[in-house]
Design a protein around this ligand. Structure first.
Ligand SMILES: Nc1nc2c(ncn2[C@@H]2O[C@H](COP(=O)(O)OP(=O)(O)OP(=O)(O)O)[C@@H](O)[C@H]2O)c(=O)[nH]1
Ligand SMILES: [Mg+2]
Length: 206
């Protein structure tokens, strides 16, 4: 039903904020939906992408300043699926303790969340993969979590550079064959790549 662009937009337009939780064990018992989450370095564009996917301006809070999202934010799509916005990692300008606390929150969510079906790991296409991303890839692989990569902010780079980034990431993915699923791209101004990501998430809801 929802394979066309228009139907996907209709599917995602029915959404609501479920709640914001400071740790995995504080999430109450929710409807038994499959869940997918967005993780990535701070400022990579996780919250912005959730807004574009759902055609809302303010479902997820975004900011120019890294470190905007500080908790596990759960959104329900079409009464069928949970979409989860997580805090970013790797932001140098917060204290070591604050950084470690956020990392623990992310780790425990990835490790223990029963309903988590798929992880979208966002990478800024201009910045590429950093050591903190490798740590996250290792965690996903250790926890046997299926994941896809989304190269974000592709409006900031040339097509050639985008191809180069994709190739180098695909080559790195040789190390994560069991968990890696697919690579996507996105930009939130002209909605490039958005339909493909919607389709993938729609698939998780079925
Ligand atoms: N040029 C460009 N900027 C983008 C794009 N997506 C997001 N941004 C900008 O990147 C900044 C960070 O976006 P957020 O969505 O708040 O990033 P986040 O990953 O949720 O950040 P944290 O919550 O701090 O981890 C904002 O200024 C956005 O406007 C994009 O596709 N292109
Ligand atoms: Mg955010």
């Amino acid at each position: 039903m929802a394979s066309s662009n228009k139907n996907l937009n209709i599917f995602f337009a029915k959404n609501k904020f479920v709640g914001s939780f400071e740790s995995q064990d504080k999430i109450p018992l929710l409807k038994a939906h499959n869940e997918c989450c967005f993780i990535g370095r701070s400022n990579v564009g996780k919250s912005s992408l959730i807004n574009v996917l759902t055609k809302t301006k303010k479902l997820a809070k975004t900011s120019k300043t890294p470190g905007r999202t500080q908790a596990i934010n759960i959104f329900e799509i079409n009464n069928k699926l949970n979409l989860v916005d997580l805090p970013g990692y790797g932001y140098a300008k917060v204290s070591k303790v604050a950084r470690e606390n956020l990392m623990t929150l992310i780790q425990e969510y990835i490790e223990y969340r029963d309903k988590l079906d798929h992880v979208f790991l966002l990478i800024d296409s201009k910045v590429g993969i950093k050591n903190s991303d490798i740590d996250m890839l290792d965690l996903l692989s250790d926890c046997s979590r299926k994941f896809s990569i989304i190269l974000t902010k592709i409006d900031k780079i040339s097509n050639n550079y985008l191809e180069y980034q994709k190739k180098s990431i695909l080559s790195l993915m040789q190390n994560y064959k069991k968990s890696f699923t697919k690579i996507y791209q996105s930009e939130t101004k002209k909605n490039n790549g958005i339909t493909e990501i919607q389709r993938s998430i729609y698939g998780i809801s079925q």
